[in-house]
Design a protein around this ligand. Structure first.
Ligand code: WQD
Length: 323
């Protein structure tokens, strides 16, 4: 049994990671400032420290509790906001993340799994996108993720620790057992927006463009279930603890789904038609983005369990109806 500090463990992806860590028989310490993470996402079996990654003293105190490894998911993630308020992203996603690895180095913690993003690639030059694809982020959010990946690379050499940077594609879905109930406030992503349109919190769903060169004119994305993402974190942690070398790994499904297909799946699961409006393209949206997960399979032995968009949407809808 190992003890894992999960920075951002009360957030959407972080809480699923905590559940997977506990399920694998390990101990988890959640470090979260609850700025976007939520108390309702905390597991009673995990220790909880309310703290900010910008508070170096608090971070060091947490890190000195016999921690064996860290999962870092305490980042800001609104792409649009990162272009308007880059300083917020520089401080949280770069300075805050550096605090984590500096505290690790001071406390002798040697392994970290980092929540990175497909946003490090920018506009895809070929599909499916593998880890050798050029890195040209087109938004500041993606830049912060890449910047920290590069710091990890340097620190792994200079401070002798190992890391896995996991580049998520489009994270969706909820824990199928209903253990995680925190709905994201002000959701920015397609599926939670669809749910808001279905439940009347929004008047309609705006679809950004239907004149792309794709099979139905709407954008194609690689939707990967959050429980599958969580499983990959545990696999990455266990590999690192076993002495595996540092790696950068895509987490996607090698399957593209269009916006229309997500809407159709949602209408089927929810049992009603959505009020859909087709509007202008959103700047910066690639027509198609799909991951190769060959490396995840090879290095971690990981494969997604969820391969069907309807099954994925159902987990979100079921959570919505837990009350
Ligand atoms: C998905 C598709 C939209 C909302 C973003 C970040 C990425 C990663 C995941 C991470 C697109 C369309 C959406 C709406 C729509 N971030 N859409 N109407 O942009 O693929 O990826 O989230 O931490 O870095 O860029 O995700 O959910 O915003 O959009 O038509 O109201 O749905 O155009 O094709 P995206 P998304």
């Amino acid at each position: 049994m190992v003890k894992i500090l999960v920075a951002g463990g009360a957030g959407y992806i972080g809480s699923h990671v905590v559940k997977a860590i506990l399920k694998a028989g390990h101990q988890a310490v959640v470090y979260d400032d609850l700025s976007s993470g939520q108390r309702i996402n905390l597991f009673p079996q995990a220790e909880f420290i309310q703290g900010d990654i910008l508070d170096y003293a608090a971070l060091k105190e947490a890190m000195s509790r016999n921690i064996d490894a860290v999962v870092h998911l305490a980042g800001k993630k609104a792409v649009g906001e990162s272009m308007l308020v880059p300083e917020k992203y520089a401080v949280n996603n770069i300075t805050g993340a550096l605090n984590i690895i500096n505290a690790m180095a001071e406390c002798g913690v040697k392994h970290i799994v980092f929540s990175s993003s497909a946003a490090v690639y920018g506009m895809p030059e070929y599909l499916p996108v593998d880890e050798k694809h050029p890195l040209n982020p087109i938004n500041y959010y993606g830049f912060t993720k890449l910047e920290f990946e590069r710091n990890l690379e340097w620190y792994s050499r200079l401070k002798d620790f190992s890391y896995m940077a996991l580049r998520y594609f489009n994270a969706v879905g909820y824990d199928a057992e209903g253990d995680i109930r925190g709905k994201e406030l002000n959701p920015q992503n397609l599926l939670p927006i669809i749910i808001e349109a279905a439940t009347g919190k929004r008047e309609c769903l705006n679809v950004f463009g239907n004149d792309y060169e794709t099979r139905d004119g709407t954008c194609v994305r690689d939707y990967v279930h959050v429980t599958d993402l969580a499983k990959a974190h545990v696999m990455a942690l266990e590999k690192l603890m076993d002495g595996a070398k540092s790696e950068v790994i895509n987490l996607g499904t090698n399957t593209g789904t269009t916006v229309k297909e997500v809407i159709q799946a949602a209408e089927k699961v929810i049992g009603k038609k959505l009020n859909v409006k087709y509007v202008e393209r959103r700047p910066g949206d690639p027509a198609e983005l799909v991951a190769s997960y060959d490396k995840a399979k090879k290095v971690l032995g990981w494969e997604p369990d969820y391969k069907n968009i309807e099954d994925i949407v159902r987990t979100t809808w079921n959570m919505e109806n837990l009350g």
